[in-house]
Ligand binder design. Structure first.
Ligand SMILES: Cc1cc2nc3c(=O)[nH]c(=O)nc-3n(C[C@H](O)[C@H](O)[C@H](O)COP(=O)(O)O)c2cc1C
Length: 344
């Protein structure tokens, strides 16, 4: 029997309540929205269902003040959930239309997603992305020794088709060495700080976790027995050497590194960047290509500037690696009921 905190992944397309009232149909679409990735699996979203549209809110009570002080990662994660919602809406025959920050960027209402019955937007949201929502997961352990076809990389680049958002690949050895060094320095700076370790450590989970959020350590390849004491040890001690060792493998053994950059650098941009990222991840999943993320250098102003100078194409939002990897056990999700609120 599936543990309760993994039940969200069991959603069946055949259960779509096609003949039920609109509210029930929109609620069903959200079952797929909540399968989106979020750093570090905080699932920082809330939804309110209206007649024909869904309000998507940022749940700022789930922000990490020492790890993600600007909430960049939080808004990107909400953007990922909006992408899943739009892809799912299109799949079930709606035309999704996303209006970002309709009350301005100071409001926690991130988007109003209108779902008009009928019609499709096949150019923008190809239907073959939908089955990838349940197959996608982040790779945090290791890649297989295989390179990604150049045609697939071009395909992934094409999925970033929003103005002001760019994807750059760094696949040469020299760039990998530079990026591994940047990520290592970021870990050294951040993991030396107790507040940072405590803040991130709150979201680490042992391998038998019954919690609906956070990162089970099996996703990082940590053995069961070690996982029991790991969250407490992570908070107490500077484990940067082990973390750097793991991330270096994910950088040197990947097929290519990638950086998402943007012209602007605000909540709207972060959300749209998350939307573009999730579309890319779903497309990647269709080729069994997986991603691993390195948010650390982006979270430190000096290192972000270094990365900016290296890419020279706007503000860096996310550094990640791409490679072939085996499917693995998913991470927990909060029950849908916990993230649906009454329309304010
Ligand atoms: C914007 C963003 C940034 C992320 N940054 C990191 C990161 O720096 N390190 C990491 O190990 N995972 C990172 N992740 C991956 C999350 O930890 C992962 O999505 C979450 O644990 C849920 O797991 P899943 O993606 O396999 O469903 C990030 C995810 C998102 C959406």
């Amino acid at each position: 029997m599936k543990a309760k905190n993994y039940e969200a992944w069991e959603v069946l397309e055949a259960d779509y309540p096609a003949d039920d009232p609109m509210e029930e149909r929109l609620k069903f679409l959200l079952r797929y929205a909540i399968l989106a990735p979020s750093g570090p699996n905080t699932q920082p979203w809330k939804f309110a269902i209206h007649d024909g549209s869904i309000s998507v809110f940022a749940d700022l009570s789930r922000s990490l003040p020492f790890v993600d002080p600007s909430n960049r990662t939080l808004y990107m994660s909400v953007g990922c959930a909006i992408a899943n919602l739009a892809v799912t809406g299109a799949h079930f025959g709606f035309t999704p239309s996303v209006s970002y920050f309709p009350r301005g960027q100071e409001s926690d209402l991130v988007a109003e997603v209108q779902l008009l019955p009928g019609g499709q937007s096949p150019d923008k949201l190809p239907d073959d992305l939908f089955p990838q929502i349940q197959r996608r997961h982040t790779t945090k352990d290791r890649y297989e020794n295989a390179t990604i076809e150049p045609s697939i990389l071009r395909e992934l680049e094409k999925s970033i088709n929003l103005p002001g958002i760019y994807l750059s690949y760094l696949d040469d050895k020299d760039s990998k060495v530079k990026m591994a060094d940047l990520v290592s320095r970021a870990h050294q700076i951040q993991l030396a700080k107790k507040e940072f370790r405590h803040n991130l450590g709150e979201w680490l989970r042992n391998n038998w976790t019954a919690e609906p959020d956070g990162m089970p350590l099996y996703t990082f390849g940590v053995p069961d027995a070690v996982s029991l004491g790991f969250p407490a040890a992570f908070k107490e001690f500077d484990l940067s050497r082990a973390v750097i060792y793991r991330d270096s493998g994910l950088i040197h053994d990947c097929s290519t590194l990638a950086v998402l950059t943007t012209d602007q650098d605000d909540k709207l941009t972060w959300t749209q960047c998350g939307f573009a990222l999730e579309k890319l991840l779903l497309r990647a999943t269709s080729y069994d290509v997986r991603a691993s993320f390195f948010s650390q250098p982006i979270g430190l102003a000096d290192l972000r500037e270094e990365l900016k100078a290296q890419i020279n194409r706007g503000h860096p939002q996310l550094l990640f690696s791409l490679g072939m990897a085996k499917p693995m056990r998913p991470s927990p999700r909060r029950p849908l009921e916990d993230v649906i609120i009454k329309p304010p």
